[in-house]
Design a protein around this ligand. Structure first.
Ligand SMILES: NC(=O)c1ccc[n+]([C@@H]2O[C@H](COP(=O)([O-])OP(=O)(O)OC[C@H]3O[C@@H](n4cnc5c(N)ncnc54)[C@H](O)[C@@H]3O)[C@@H](O)[C@H]2O)c1
Length: 249
């Protein structure tokens, strides 16, 4: 018996990094997985199927509410329902706030915060009908502490923290658990979009954003998603689980 036998999971951001590792782990543990991303979801789903698992791929921009509505409907039809939703898609970059392009600020908030809300908005009705479900959002240590050159990213991830708590409270009597994972620095592609540092930035400030332990690997985050999605975490809702190598202690 696997931990996620007979469970159906919709996971965004599966084209690379933490989302890909989470989709692969959930599938290895028996879940049927709908893999969503703007790119790369098809390769991830094909790899899962080649390894003997069940997966479906959907090209989906989580920052577009109507696309999310259509994709969720199609994913639920393919899976035959939904038990678990992991909102992992995300973007970010560094910029001095007094020079930030307002369009970039909007884009980062739209993908990270609005996108997480849209995914919750369109999957919750299925979970409420079923009287059960688990949603796991992706915050960040940047949603719990202020970081330089990251106003859009910090704002979006702080928003994800509060979105998670608000939904957890709203649906805690209805069988739906809502939690978040807050990763610290993890070895994925998003790291590249946070370099180089903006002109004039003090490189010593970077040290304060990195755990002295080491960078995490995506599987270490995937294992946290799996724990929260599992029945072992049945009493956990409204929790933001920080995995940042002690950065914010
Ligand atoms: N890697 C880190 O250090 C770190 C730290 C804290 C939080 N996070 C968060 O973890 C999550 C996963 O990021 P990652 O580290 O695996 O990086 P990643 O870049 O490897 O993965 C992010 C994925 O999201 C997808 N994506 C981007 N915009 C999208 C959109 N509009 N719609 C659908 N998919 C979209 C990308 O194509 C990519 O596959 C993100 O929410 C990120 O903010 C990462």
């Amino acid at each position: 018996m696997n931990r996620f036998d007979d469970r159906r999971a919709i996971i965004s951001g599966t084209g690379s990094g933490i989302g890909k590792a989470t989709a692969q782990l959930f599938a290895r543990e028996g879940a049927a997985v709908a893999c969503l991303d703007v790119k790369g979801a098809d390769e991830t789903a094909a790899g899962i199927v080649a390894a003997g698992g069940t997966a479906y791929a959907f090209t989906c921009d989580v920052g577009d509410a109507s696309v999310v509505a259509q994709t969720v409907q199609a994913a639920v039809a393919a899976l035959g329902g939904v038990d678990i939703v992991c909102n992992i898609a995300g973007i970010g970059h560094f910029a001095w706030s007094h020079q930030e392009d307002p369009e970039w600020f909007d884009r980062i908030v739209r993908v990270n915060l609005n996108g997480t809300f849209y995914m919750c908005r369109y999957t919750l009705p299925y979970m409420l009908d079923a009287g059960k479900g688990v949603i796991i959002n992706t915050a960040s240590n940047a949603g719990l502490m202020g970081l330089p050159w990251s106003a859009a990213y910090c704002s979006s991830k702080g928003g994800v923290v509060q979105l998670t708590r608000a939904l957890a409270f709203e649906y805690r009597g209805k069988g739906v658990r809502v939690n978040a994972v807050a990763p610290g620095g993890t070895n994925t592609n998003i790291i590249h979009s946070f370099s180089p540092l903006p002109d004039g930035a003090d490189h010593r400030e970077m040290a304060k954003m990195i755990s002295p332990m080491r960078q995490a690997e995506p599987i270490e985050m995937a294992e946290a998603f799996a724990y929260i999605a599992s029945d072992n975490a049945r009493y956990m809702t409204g929790t933001v689980l920080t995995l940042d190598g002690g950065l914010a202690c």
